[in-house]
Design a protein around this ligand. Structure first.
Ligand code: PMP
Length: 405
């Protein structure tokens, strides 16, 4: 297409007056409907051990909920805490507890001067928001096809005791869809850190969220850490936000026995116990690992055609454009679209003018600053199948127009 054709097509698209929101990776209504049975699940309120779930207590979660996450994450149930309605709050609280009380027998993080976290980029904006809100400096680490650049990670953590943690979305990362290789997991588990109280924030948000029929498996980080002599290094987070109902599901963390005891010590001050009624209805509805896998397959069948529609439109309109590429994730909720340098912000603005709301350009970088202004996070899940094709076309036209300016 020449420039005049692009401008004409963009104008025609704009005149359609569409209103499409692709700013967040939200499940679509028909995905939420898959778990409608959840709301009818409770005949009685008794857990397997006779606990009346309507009452206080059970700080680490119902035994059957812990067993379910244990099976899903391949971790002993005793090393799982099920708490809260969303995993992001557990991540926030782990960092808040470390800042306030310290971990690994060390002084609290706030008493140790300036502290920082490694942030593989592009990454998840809400991780970065937690660091920013809690005064933790962020250090960008480039992502490769197999996970973060490990040579850089190893040299940084070895030389600076102020680096206390690292964000990791090890499978189908947000937004690049990157899967960490077993070698990367092993190196993260074994690397020498100057900080004795260094923590891997292992956000396994997309552990069972496959887009292909063949599920990707990755190395078990708790096993790798234990084998390397660093059993307390990693804390795994997961939830059913994109299994049942987003923000109204079950969240879990899994870690070494010492970390579970540490968590319990501090979490018991902030709550008398989690929502066990919600946990009970979830376990009854999901049943077991096979039950979750069957449900995730139904999600996959709804999501995959939407991702395919984006790939098709992008392939058609952007396939031969210099400096433009996009990821083809095997799971998760996002596609990372790369524009020519300096064109992401402009593309998002032009898409907005044409009725398509995208995540702000730069959001997948700490402090909202994408140094080359190239990355746009595409979230295909929420619009209908029909709208997604239009949206992908509109985004591609906005990019072509921005690139030609
Ligand atoms: N982690 C990642 C990487 C995510 O993409 C999301 C949702 N967009 C979350 C966590 C949020 O999970 P939850 O609903 O369990 O807080």
């Amino acid at each position: 297409m020449n420039q005049a054709e692009v401008a004409a097509q963009y104008q025609a698209f704009k005149e359609l007056g569409l209103k499409l929101d692709m700013s967040r990776g939200k499940p679509a209504p028909e995905q939420l409907d898959l778990s409608a049975g959840l709301l009818a699940e409770l005949g009685d309120f008794k857990a397997q051990d006779g606990t009346d779930t309507r009452n206080y207590g059970g700080a680490v979660g119902l035994p059957e909920a812990r067993a379910l996450f244990g099976a899903l994450l391949d971790v002993p149930a005793a090393q799982v805490v099920v708490d809260s309605n969303a995993s992001l709050s557990l991540m926030h609280d782990v960092i808040a507890f470390a800042l306030l009380h310290g971990t690994a027998g060390q002084p609290s993080w706030r008493e140790q001067g300036a502290i920082s976290f490694l942030c593989p980029v592009p990454g998840y904006d809400r991780h970065f928001a937690i660091c920013e809100a809690l005064g933790i400096k962020m250090i960008n680490v480039p992502m490769t096809d197999a996970g973060p650049d490990m040579d850089l990670v190893e040299s940084l953590v070895a030389g600076d005791a102020g680096i206390k943690g690292m964000w990791c979305v090890p499978k189908y990362s947000n937004p690049g869809g990157v899967v960490y290789s077993d070698e990367v997991v092993r190196r993260l588990a074994a690397m020498q850190t100057a900080a004795p109280d260094f923590r891997l924030m292992w956000d396994d948000a997309y552990h069972f969220h496959h887009l292909e029929a063949r599920a990707v498996e990755i190395a078990n980080v708790l096993d790798a850490c234990a084998e390397a002599g660093n059993p307390d290094r990693a804390i795994i987070f997961a939830s059913t936000s994109k299994v049942t109902h987003a923000g109204a599901g079950m969240a879990a963390l899994a870690a070494s026995p010492a970390n579970i005891a540490w968590w319990q010590r501090h979490a018991s001050v902030r709550s008398i116990g989690p929502d066990k009624v919600n946990q009970l209805r979830h376990v009854r509805f999901l049943r077991d690992k096979a039950g979750v896998e069957a449900l995730m397959e139904r999600h996959r069948l709804l999501l995959k055609p939407k991702f395919d529609a984006v790939h098709e439109q992008f392939g058609h309109l952007l396939g031969n454009v210099e400096g433009v590429s996009w990821t083809r994730p095997q799971g998760g909720y996002f596609i990372d679209l790369l524009t020519p340098p300096g064109k992401a912000k402009r593309t998002v603005a032009l898409a907005k003018e044409a009725g398509i709301t995208l995540t702000p350009a730069g959001a997948s970088f700490p402090y909202g600053k994408d140094p080359l202004d190239r990355h746009i996070r595409i979230a295909p899940s929420f619009p209908s199948q029909q709208d997604i094709t239009s949206a992908a076309k509109g985004i591609a036209l906005a990019l072509l127009l921005a690139a030609a300016e």
